[in-house]
Design a protein around this ligand. Sequence first.
Ligand SMILES: [Fe+2]
Length: 250
Amino acid sequence: MDSILNRREMIGAAGAAAVGLALGPTGLAQAAEGASGGYDALAGAYDAKAGEYVLPPLPYAYDALEPSIDAQTMQIHHDKHHAGYVKKLNAALAKLAEARKSGDFAAIQALSRAVSFNGGGHTLHTLFWTNMAPKGKGGEPEGALLEMINRDFGSVDAMKAQFSAAAGAVEGSGWGICGLEMAAKKLIIIQGENQQKLTTWGVAPVLVLDVWEHAYYLKYQNRRADYVKAWWDVVNWKEVAKRVGAHAGM
Ligand SMILES: [Fe+2]
């Protein structure tokens, strides 16, 4: 396994992102500024000078992912929904700062929940936009990433089948997530509910799929499975490979 992903890369890339929000703004900024490996996407998620999380721009035009995802959905999803998470995350953190000053932690449960929900949403959406690319631009799993997928799932088709089933079966709103599990250093697939529930600690997301209705309802209505199927056409496998450290020559 070490030939595929060494310990330094584990900590430098996946680990930094996994613990970024747990460490707060400083941790995420360090993850973004340092050798952030395949998590370069997070560099645009926080403004260290302003001391605030920010909405990173989409790395492509609103219509770039058509026909898999329509332009109107992308615009509303990014400009309204994702922006909302950023705004509420900053607001919750500001209120926590006030609470520390006053010593009044009466709202600690609501504020902690707000940080978890909106912080989770901010990170996952930032990773989501960048693990997609226009059809034909994202490549296919190859090299060390392909080796890892074959080892951990049997084949790319088997990995896709499990991921599609997991994403399709998320109860209510949530995410399909493939991530790197730190102890075994293996890829696993988990479901995320809302933006923060069912988290498996120590798993750094490398490929995420938003299955909230806001991500697909305009085009697909209740046909989530059709959306998931079409989404595979716009997966950015090059970015996924970066996230698992393939860029480091493993
Ligand atoms: Fe979303």
